[in-house]
Design a protein around this ligand. Structure first.
Ligand SMILES: Nc1nc2c(ncn2[C@@H]2O[C@H](COP(=O)(O)OP(=O)(O)OP(=O)(O)O)[C@@H](O)[C@H]2O)c(=O)[nH]1
Ligand SMILES: [Mg+2]
Length: 392
């Protein structure tokens, strides 16, 4: 299955981020703890090349606790500052200030040497659609300052928010990248709801999920749907048979009594997204060990660059010891089977999976967030960028 989702507003957002990057000290990237690799946008590594980098493994409450720390260690080994957070409940959010301070230690020290004592740290919050950027900001700031919602594309423009006199945050729209090198990345992004449901075949998504579950969580399907215990499912045909059994057990039948696999597929996806299948992580650090090796050889070069950079006093080389060790491109580079066509469906049809009743109503943009000390170009209040098809 091949699909792409790169609506015009994402292309614009990427350009905007690029322009704003010069104002930024630290880039805080949120990834989804259920798919930390697939939800990490390789474009950000490029855009934020010389910046301090923090990774937040968000929605850690939905992921399998057994792997959360392993993923944290994985990214730390790649040179990022990392924290596990649940932005919805606030768990782990308090630690982020300390991590941001650590990531910006070199900048703060440099400012101090230059006699600049109170310039706040400016952090850009980035991540794929629906990963929880705005929810994180609201939790970090302690009040509803930016709009959230359980569907991709809620934030369409940028917004500065003052955390305290030491830190200012820039909320940004979720962006994906134009072309997935690895089609499984696209599938996993779809499974967690970061790609608009209207462009994805739910059945293919659920078959992929079933294959992952049978391999890594062998009891889950049997326990949830009362089907026979499954020993192995090697390919999509096997997964299809399992989906048929689920349809039969659930009473999803077509006229004539055949199993309605599409309906069963929707069930399975909903159950996964609402954690009725339990806490499931879909990918594991062991699958991406090669990146660590690749990075270890890359680190030496980065170290050399850093030494040169440290003697240079310009803003552009405003790096801390840990920056720059992140890989430029983490792709495992499987065969490129993706198609470059931009299928950017702009219509938001994701309402059917919108379970966000509680948080959605929280907070229309609170423009009272202090923005006075920001650069003149920064006081953008959330502006919706309306995208016409011809803009893409
Ligand atoms: N369980 C859980 N849900 C979360 C967490 N963080 C965010 N959410 C939910 O995820 C959904 C998306 O949150 P947003 O903050 O709007 O996501 P966003 O990254 O700003 O999305 P865009 O603006 O569309 O790019 C909302 O329904 C949140 O309640 C978390 O840590 N745990
Ligand atoms: Mg948002």
């Amino acid at each position: 299955m091949h699909f792409q989702w790169y609506p015009g507003h994402m292309a614009k957002a990427k350009k905007m981020m690029q322009e704003d990057m010069k104002l930024i000290d630290v880039v805080i990237e949120l990834v989804d703890a259920r798919i930390p690799y697939s939800s990490k946008n390789p474009d950000i590594d490029f855009l934020a090349k010389n910046k301090s980098r923090v990774i937040l493994l968000n929605k850690s409450d939905m992921a399998d606790q057994r792997y959360n720390n392993a993923w944290k260690a994985y990214f730390e080994e790649l040179g990022y500052y990392v924290a596990l957070v649940n932005s919805k409940s606030g768990t782990g959010v308090k630690n982020v200030q300390e991590i941001v301070n650590k990531a910006c230690e070199a900048k703060i020290e440099r400012d101090r040497r230059r006699g600049i004592l109170y310039r706040p740290v400016r952090a850009m919050i980035v991540g794929i659609p629906n990963v929880g950027k705005s929810t994180f900001i609201n939790s970090f700031v302690g009040k509803a300052s930016t709009k959230t919602g359980n569907k991709p594309g809620v934030t369409k423009g940028k917004q500065w928010i003052r955390l305290n006199k030491f830190t200012e945050l820039l909320d940004t729209p979720g962006i994906l990248w134009p072309k997935f090198e690895d089609q499984f990345v696209g599938l996993r992004l779809a499974l967690i709801g970061s790609i608009n449901d209207s462009i994805i075949d739910t059945t293919s998504m659920s078959l992929e999920l079933i294959l992952i579950l049978v391999k890594n969580y062998p009891d889950v399907l049997a326990n949830r749907y009362g089907i026979d215990q499954i020993v192995a499912a090697n390919d999509l045909n096997d997964a299809h048979k399992i989906l048929e059994s689920i349809a039969m057990k659930r009473g999803c039948l077509l006229k004539g009594g055949n199993p309605d696999v599409d309906r069963a597929a929707a069930f399975v996806i909903d159950d996964f997204r609402s954690i009725k299948l339990g806490n499931i992580t879909l990918e594991f650090p062991s699958m991406f060990k090669d990146n660590l090796k690749k990075n270890q050889s890359g680190n030496k070069k980065e170290e050399e660059t850093k030494i040169t950079a440290e003697t240079d006093n310009t803003e552009e080389t405003d790096t801390t010891a840990k920056t720059g060790t992140s890989p430029e491109n983490e792709s495992t580079a499987k065969t490129d089977t993706s198609v470059e066509t931009d299928t950017s469906a702009e219509t938001d049809t994701s309402a059917k999976t919108d379970t966000s009743a509680k948080t959605d109503t929280s907070a229309e943009t609170d423009t009272s967030a202090e923005t006075d000390s920001l650069p003149e170009t920064d006081n953008t209040v959330e502006t919706d960028i309306t995208v016409n098809k011809d803009e893409e």
